[in-house]
Design a binder for this molecule. Sequence first.
Ligand code: DHE
Length: 560
Amino acid sequence: MKKSVVGMLALTAMVSAMGSAFAQDAAKAPEMTAAEKEQAKKIYFERCAGCHGVLRKGATGKNLEPHWSKKDKDGNVTEGGTLKLGQNRLEKIIGYGTDGGMVNFDDILTKEEISLMSKYIQNTPDVPPEYSFKETLDSWKVIVPVDKRPTKQMNNINLKNVFSVTLRDTGEVALIDGDTKEIRSIVKTGYAVHISRLSASGRYVYVIGRDGRLSLIDLWMEKPAVVAEVKIGFDARSVDTSKFKGFEDKYAIAGSYWPPQYVIMDGDTLKPRKVVSTRGMTVEGEYHPEPRVASIVASFIKPEWVVNIKETGQILLVDYSDIENLKTTTIASAKFLHDGGWDASKRYFLVAANASNKIAAVDTKTGKLAALVDVAKIPHPGRGANFVHPKFGPVWATGHLGADVVTLISTPSEDKKNAKFKEYNWKVVQEIKHVPGNLFVKTHPKSKHLWADSAQNSDKDRAESVSVWDMADLSKPKAILNVAKDSGMPEAKATKRAVHPEYSADGKEVWISLWGGKTDQSAIVVYDDATLKVKKVITDPKMITPTGKFNVYNTQHDIY
Ligand code: DHE
């Protein structure tokens, strides 16, 4: 046979082998109707994309691409993609969760939905559309123009002690008077608001929905209401405002998960000014198509925002003093940046690189990485907690989703009386025994207590409880409070997760959300921080799935 014919045959054989391999994989991916795909796409966005990514490349959660594989150093495949896992295994993982930190979805999704999602993730992910500056601008709405807004506070609410409470599944935020515990207003917002942040003056609350809708609430109105809105992307988690002297209430910035970009806006109207993409190289030098914007925080010492890019592990210091000629410092840390908070001096921002099991600390004074601290599995601090440890001096605390500890990291202090603790700086000085599934830790400068939830723990009793330590004796919790029982609400089969401790402005009360099912009435249980006794249970038929609660004063001043 002629050489070229042999070559042709070999090529044909290779193409047909490839074809059949693809055909085989394609055949293995379960078929779905257009309607099933649409339904699954919606559930994926609402429940899965946050951890696994829109393109399913993984971050906090595992990679969910059909053909993905993980190899060891010798090239042997150690883990396969969703096609390799197959329908039965996927249904079990989604239903019952994993030891790796994935929660069980059998009380959130029906059996049919779990089966549907298992099919969906064996199919190739769709790439959602981009979202331009023009589209952002077109979505912008001013509901009450600045000159039609009050010039002074028109209500009798103590604006230093309001709580902006996410009602996750109704797409609303409840503004609750911290003094009287009355719901003063419920405003319509984007879907599943993630966080509320305050303007430097404390007048405006900014809330960002998972669907990218950013709403601006004016607390001075007789009944606080939304005065402006803009859609900054399709999927979002973070927002903050300009807090440096001379820029108070001037700008807002919101970060998007999809498309991966951030938007700078005018602070009092949300008029979009600039969209900046975050696509680029990871700290390991690989291109990533979906580097999502995780936490954003405003510096008090410079006209800068700290913008944490999840998949690339790059921390951006975005200088907003001249947004037309935007200057950005890019600091390499570790992949999978997520949530974080300031140290007590507000010079260092500590952010969890959660799936890298590290905490990155950035020095916002020098614009450099101060430390990359190895910690236990999947740190999840929320904003963390600052206090003075009896033996190690100033520390910042983080909880963990994947480990049974609360980690204390020593932080620098310019106060001479703390000079003796310098040798501990940026070291893990203690791991306090807790349980896995901790989402948020919290304390207050006026409190003696450290609070930690265990909302994602697989045990119902623990998921419904919070632990409280006396900071003078961290050897064991002073109390484990079963918030569900303390609420006096009827028992339910579904877990009511006790989540997100938040202090009142005076540091005397701790508010915990009891996050029940979508159709259950939930509650906020208010504890007296000194006695650990229930002071008030805030319930209302309108109180559906409360999650994050943001005391406006503590949020405005980053007190935690
Ligand atoms: Fe959050 C903070 C992302 C799941 C409640 N969450 C944050 C931040 C990010 C983030 C990036 C930091 C914002 C900042 O400070 O600028 N959260 C994500 C996710 O990607 C994830 C893992 C999955 C998802 O699909 O969203 C996720 N988060 C949850 C929840 O399931 C929680 C408990 C309830 C909910 O809203 O769905 C939840 N996240 C919160 C809260 C904060 C938060 C209450 C703010 C903590 C604070 O005290 O500031």
